[in-house]
Design a protein around this ligand. Structure first.
Ligand code: XMP
Length: 513
């Protein structure tokens, strides 16, 4: 790793990821690391700058998380944000006290010293505050650079040592000049060059993967989704035929998904790919099952069983590749829990039998979802795959309410195909988190020609969402709704009615099961 990167020590702020994000948007690589990372390790990895994030703790509490104080002596520029500023003040001999009033939300600061961090910016800035404690006495050699009516040290700095602190959060959009302040830290104080891009990430990852794997063999489960596809493409770039991909076709996939995986990875990329047709096994086990959680359990266990069998059959596998992303890593890490805090890096392997002990390769651990998509494009994956919407692990089984049968899978796949084709034509397609068809467990009366029909109902679900945690129903234009409805009813045998789901999450969920 070059020295042109920023280390962010994570003290547990809800905004820590956002800091990393803002920095990478400036084309400087940044990585979130543990708050207790030793100074020696930082010296070895030699970042151009170090940021201490905010965090929920108070430095006044016993057991508050603290950085290794030797970091201040490394001579690397430092920026402490919120808790990071308070900790810096405390560790360097200043003092922190509980603020008279908690400041939460928008505030205005007056810049009193337009030092390098604020150079060229207006002296009156809107910023986002979220803190209780504040710096009461500056450490020796530090100066206050900005203030508010209630907070005399809204920013502090020691220009000689290049150590700075901000009481507010420059990384959030509610601090309109925040990016400018971060840019001054990156480029003026740390001397970074804005040259980080995906092409470089690929070169560095390929080197790291080769160094780790050597002549070993790697197994990767493709799911048809973006993350596993990008992982496979990246590892294949590094080690070619030492990578072995397994794709389990459980018979519950989207229309044409298995064929697309085969043509992309097997043919276009020339990967060693094994497609396991396990549709009969999965559907057999789902026979008569209506309970959604039972369906999930059966599918999860069956997947592990099939995959484990493939892994055992090869016998020579040392590594397992996984598409773990940054949010997965961070959400499960607790910086307050100390060095023993578990990081849920094994959560995707969960359930593999104990005789299968693999070392993990997780090359996307530092990336956000949209960065993964950009990486996929750079690696030459087809756009249809890269921009694909999330798809639940249990697949169509949770979009078929009631019993899952081969015939009902066919109906929902065919209906879903029409939904995808029509939705893709919308100019704001990118704003849709997911759009799909759900097959309901009821039949309704219709009329076709002169005859009465008694057939299935399909529900259309389309939502916008940032992360799948909350969602609003997507305002699909009437014309598109009309086309989807008439195409499904006319072209998919067995459906005579289409309804549109207008529930938000909460209280509904995105999937119907
Ligand atoms: P819900 O329905 O909980 O879905 O609002 C939120 C997001 O998660 C996906 N989802 C799943 N993904 N296994 C998965 O891998 C599952 O069992 C599962 N259930 C829901 C869903 O598609 C949405 O993006």
């Amino acid at each position: 790793m070059s020295t042109n990167w920023i280390a962010i020590l994570d003290f547990g702020s809800q905004y820590s990821q956002l800091i990393a994000r803002r920095i990478r948007e400036q084309h400087v690589y940044s990585e979130l690391i543990r708050f207790d990372t030793p100074a020696e390790e930082l010296a070895r990895r030699c970042p151009a700058g170090i940021i201490f994030s905010g965090g929920p703790a108070s430095v006044l509490d016993a057991g508050a998380p603290l950085c290794d104080p030797k970091i201040y002596a490394l001579g690397i520029p430092i920026l402490g944000i919120c808790y990071g500023q308070q900790m810096t003040a405390q560790l360097l001999g200043g003092a922190v006290k509980p603020g008279r009033a908690r400041e939460y939300g928008s505030a205005r600061i007056r810049v009193t010293e337009p030092d390098r961090l604020f150079k060229g910016l207006p002296s009156d800035l809107e910023v986002w505050m979220s803190h209780g404690d504040q710096v009461a006495r500056l450490p020796e050699g530090f100066r206050s650079l900005a203030e508010t009516d209630t907070c005399p040290v809204a920013a502090m700095g020691h220009p000689g040592r290049r150590i700075y602190g901000l009481q507010f959060h420059p990384e959030v959009v509610h601090s309109p000049q925040g990016t400018e302040i971060l840019r001054r830290f990156l480029f003026d104080l740390c001397g970074c060059t804005p040259d980080w891009q995906m092409a470089r990430f690929i070169v560095e990852s390929v080197d790291r993967i080769r160094a780790k794997v050597g002549t070993g063999q790697v197994l990767c489960a493709l799911s048809g989704g973006v993350d596993s596809a990008v992982v496979a493409a990246l590892i294949h770039r590094a080690i070619g035929r030492q990578l072995h991909c397994v794709f389990v076709d459980n018979g519950l996939l989207r229309h044409g998904e298995s064929a697309q995986v085969e043509s992309t990875f097997g043919q276009a990329f020339g990967m060693d790919l094994k497609v396991v047709d396990a549709a009969a096994l999965f559907l057999g086990r789902l026979k008569g099952v209506e309970d959604p959680e039972k369906k999930r359990r059966i599918i999860g266990h069956s997947f592990i069983e099939v995959f484990a069998e493939e892994a055992r059959a090869r016998g020579d596998i040392k590594y397992l590749a996984q598409g773990t992303l940054y949010p997965d890593v961070i959400e499960s890490a607790s910086p307050i829990g100390g060095p023993s805090a578990t990081i849920k890096s094994h959560h995707n392997v969960g359930g593999l039998p104990p005789d299968l002990k693999f070392e993990l390769i997780e090359p996307l651990r530092e990336l956000f979802k949209d960065e993964v998509r950009a990486l996929g494009r750079e690696l030459g994956l087809p756009e249809a795959l890269v921009s694909r919407q999330p798809f639940p692990g249990p697949g169509m089984a949770v979009r078929i309410l009631g019993e899952v049968t081969a015939e009902r899978v066919r109906v929902v796949q065919q209906a879903d195909l029409r939904v995808q084709e029509e939705i893709l034509k919308l100019s704001n397609y990118a704003d849709i988190w997911q759009a799909f068809a759900v097959l309901l467990p009821i039949q309704t009366v219709g009329v076709m020609g002169d005859s009465r029909t008694y057939e299935n109902v399909v529900a259309l679900r389309a939502v916008e969402s940032l992360d799948g945690m909350t969602a609003d129903w997507f305002k699909v234009p009437y014309e598109t709704l009309g086309r989807i409805s008439s195409r499904i009813i006319n072209e998919v045998a067995g459906v005579n009615r289409v309804v549109f789901d207008i529930s938000s999450k909460p209280p509904a969920t995105i999937e119907w099961e």
